[in-house]
Design a protein. Structure first.
Length: 256
């Protein structure tokens, strides 16, 4: 069991979901660069492995090839469209103190990911690897420990909807905490202040995704969430800083 978390992060992590994907094509170097420019303190992406073993970043693991779609796992890196970035291209960007969150869609991508982030000074300890299956998360905790025996490797995140936790959140949180998982990531609508407190009691950080507006970001941070994911990182920044956003439906003269 992890030690309880007494308080949320003083500096919450603001992850740009697939880069600044509300402003630029998702999972592109353009979107990743823009996310940093807009104030994101973390970058989120999705990882798959090609047939020849290169980790590439795209959402569903398929690309259009002629008149049909093909799985990335059946294709060589050289056969993919040029706008599909590699993990190496992402890691070559300036990182500073930013975090990296990866939905590891293809288990074959795990070991190359561990090796890749280890090459960027300090990044491994700021990397979060996400998966919905508790058993897979537990196995990955062991893989990370073997790869980073000093304990400075990536953290494993259990990412799931509340409604799919058949045993209920308390038992699920206890299960993944006992396995050494570091955080639980759920949809913004799933979190309440009580569930954040429950996660913290089990030593799990609370991460909310699909945060679309500044007022949602502010409410989730007020509830104690440690990190947020959203397509518009500038709106996450506005929520963190208390800035009114004219695109937010609660802003302006008609807001209630």
């Amino acid at each position: 069991m992890r030690s309880p978390i007494a308080a949320p992060r003083a500096e919450p992590i603001l992850f740009a979901h697939r880069g600044a994907s509300g402003h630029a094509p998702a999972n592109t170097i353009e979107a990743f660069r823009l996310a940093a420019a807009l104030g994101a303190t973390g970058i989120e992406t999705d990882a798959w492995c090609t047939r020849d073993g290169e980790v590439v970043l795209l959402h569903d693991g398929t690309v259009r090839h002629g008149l049909r779609r093909r799985a990335v796992a059946t294709m060589a890196r050289a056969d993919l469209p040029g706008d599909v970035p590699s993990l190496d291209a992402l890691l070559a960007l300036p990182w500073g103190r930013r975090h990296l969150s990866v939905d590891v869609r293809d288990p074959a991508a795990l070991d190359p990911l561990l090796s890749g982030v280890a090459r960027v000074p300090g990044l491994a300890a700021r990397t979060w690897l996400c998966h919905p299956e508790p058993d897979t998360c537990a196995a990955w905790v062991g893989r990370v420990a073997a790869h980073s025996p000093a304990g400075d490797g990536p953290r494993i995140v259990h990412s799931e909807r509340l409604g799919r936790m058949a045993e209920g959140p308390e038992r699920r949180f206890a299960l993944v905490a006992d396995a050494g998982v570091a955080a639980v990531s759920m949809h913004r609508d799933d979190w309440t202040g009580g569930l954040v407190a429950l996660a913290h009691r089990f030593g799990l950080e609370a991460i909310a995704w699909d945060v679309r507006f500044a007022h949602q970001a502010r409410a989730l941070l007020d509830a104690g969430c440690d990190a947020l994911h959203g397509d518009w990182p500038d709106r996450l920044v506005d929520g963190r800083d208390g800035t009114r956003d004219p695109r937010d439906p609660t802003s302006g003269s008609g807001a209630r």
